[in-house]
Design a protein around this ligand. Structure first.
Ligand code: NAD
Length: 511
């Protein structure tokens, strides 16, 4: 069965933030759109607001006045749902409540013929549950847009257990025709984006709870890895109430799997009304929309001392960069570093003291294993641009001199060292590792493909790379080892390794 929706009349139900955006995008693509809302006058008001926003685009020369007029002429506010009869597609964007959505679709089934496709823009309710009880549940599908709809490219096309593949395919094609990038998803808690993103917040909240680093340090480290906003500033922007509610809904929908457990710290912030920007205080305090306490203290106080022997250990691009940078740093003294490729670790050795790329173990654990105290670990850099923020920690017993020298060497190698408590996986390695792990589980469960996960995270949340693109820049064996180490360290369900990664790690090893 092929379903053709291009150019067909569409009805959007719910004229709030999302419904208005969906109506605009559909009308822009040439569809006649009927817009309905139970609140009297809401559909007409939404159209008037849209006209205002589009006029601003005309003033900026981004759209012609004729195009705006034609677009608006295609949108008809309707006063009763009965006027939806005869459309080929209904997109629902009403209140996020299962009973309300079910009642609406039941009513629509009585009005529309059996071939009408029914789409829901739900962000958290099971598509299977919304379709349950319908006479033709196969024609109901999730069409999850992101806010603001006219700007955000991603649409998660969400299939419930009974959604007919042809219906999902038709909405996939339609979304593409509307200028969006659709990604197929299976109806599971959080779908793709809201699920895979959980560790971005959870790891930072866990580190804050352990007092491992300040919000400013955590944000700087993740911005250094290419994320547009650090997790603390992002949670402050989203609002802790909203972010906490999404985490809670994913947690509850997974039958309270501890892997998704919300944070005590965030619960306290919500309870105390520290909601972020909108309340004036979250992790940061805001005055005139600007954070007041986001400053960083710089750790570098001296240059690397003269050494007798400097060796770069390890293979791969990070070790190559370290070698290049150490060579440049030592050149004025007329000598260069040695290179040992097969020593089993990556980093720098200076007269026996070590600055080691994190493999998940703390510096203190490494010091115990190696039986020496002058051990520092640094976070995984995903950029080698000069001044990239990189977290660094030292062993409990580390002498003060090596602590200072480890910072000095990191700075000499081109990074901005940010000291933090000696915590497994530091900041970036642990966060990105867990994003990869969540993506791997989503793929294992057939929620999406690796390509779908990458596209969704980049387009839905502006991530610099998707989880599988990060994995390609790292290695399955190293990510697996890091998460296993976190699992051993914390002994909880959060760091349960995805079987998808375990299988890959074994296959790669045996290949
Ligand atoms: P909103 O509160 O701005 O708008 C909802 C509108 O639906 C209101 O105008 C309300 O009067 C109307 N409404 C409520 N019950 C109705 C009914 N039975 N029939 C017709 N109209 C009804 O909400 P929103 O932010 O636009 O969200 C709408 C849906 O989109 C929700 O399911 C939400 O989870 C989902 N969503 C929201 C976002 C977001 O960022 N806001 C993003 C993705 C998905």
């Amino acid at each position: 069965m092929t379903i053709k929706l291009s150019g067909a009349p569409v009805c959007v139900v719910g004229a709030g933030i999302m419904g208005a955006g969906i109506a605009q995008v559909a009308a822009q693509a040439g569809h006649a759109v009927r817009l309905f809302d139970t609140r009297e006058g809401a559909a007409a008001a939404a159209k008037a607001r849209m006209a205002g926003a589009l006029d601003a685009l005309v003033a900026k020369g981004r759209m012609s006045a004729d195009a705006v007029q034609a677009l608006l002429a295609r949108i008809t506010p309707i006063a009763t749902l009965q006027e939806a009869a005869g459309v080929a597609l209904v997109v629902e964007a009403i209140v996020e409540n299962l009973d309300a959505k079910r009642a609406l679709f039941a009513q629509l089934e009585g009005l529309c013929d059996a071939s009408t496709v029914l789409a829901t823009n739900t962000s958290s309710i099971s598509v299977t549950a919304i379709a349950g009880g319908l006479q033709h549940p196969g024609r109901l599908v999730g069409m999850h847009f992101f806010n603001p709809v006219p700007l955000m490219k991603l649409v998660e096309v969400v299939s419930g257990l009974q959604t007919e593949p042809a219906v999902a395919e038709a909405l996939f094609e339609l979304s593409a025709a509307w200028g969006k990038t659709p990604v197929h998803a299976k109806s599971t808690p959080g779908f793709i984006v809201n699920r895979i993103a959980r560790p971005y917040y959870a790891e930072t909240l866990a580190l804050l709870l352990e007092q491992a680093a300040t919000p400013a340090v955590l944000d700087a480290c993740l911005r250094g890895a290419g994320f547009r906003m650090g997790p603390c500033e992002l949670m402050d922007l989203i609002g802790h109430d909203t972010n906490f509610a999404v985490t809670n809904s994913v947690y509850a929908a997974n039958f309270f799997d501890k892997r998704y457990m919300p944070s005590l710290l965030q619960a306290e912030m919500v309870a105390g009304g520290l909601l972020g920007r909108k309340s004036g205080r979250g992790f940061y305090s805001y005055r005139d929309g600007k954070p007041e306490n986001a400053g960083l203290s710089v750790a570098v106080t001296e240059a690397p001392a003269t050494a007798r022997e400097v060796t770069v250990h390890g293979e791969g691009p990070i070790a190559d960069h370290l070698e290049q940078a150490a060579t440049a740093a030592l050149a004025p003294q007329g000598w260069g570093p040695a290179r040992l490729r097969n020593s089993g670790w990556t980093g720098l050795e200076v007269d026996g003291a070590r600055l080691m790329l994190t493999d998940g173990r703390t510096a203190t654990e490494l010091a115990a294993d190696l039986q020496r105290s002058d051990i520092a670990v640094f976070d995984r850099p995903f950029s080698t641009a000069p001044g990239t923020a990189v977290a660094v920690a030292v062993a409990e017993s580390c002498p003060a001199a090596w602590r200072t020298q480890a910072h000095a060497w990191l700075a000499a190698l081109g990074f901005a060292p940010l000291p933090m408590a000696d915590t497994p996986g530091l900041v970036v390695a642990r966060t990105v590792g867990m994003l990869i792990n969540e993506g791997a589980d989503a793929v294992l469960q057939g929620v999406c493909t690796p390509e779908g996960a990458d596209a969704a995270m980049k387009l839905g949340l502006n991530y610099p790379a998707g989880p599988f693109e990060f994995l390609a820049r790292w290695s399955v064996a190293e990510v697996t080892a890091l998460i296993d180490t976190l699992d051993t360290h914390y002994r909880g369900e959060r760091y349960r390794l995805s079987p998808w990664l375990r299988r890959r790690a074994l296959t790669t090893k045996n290949a």
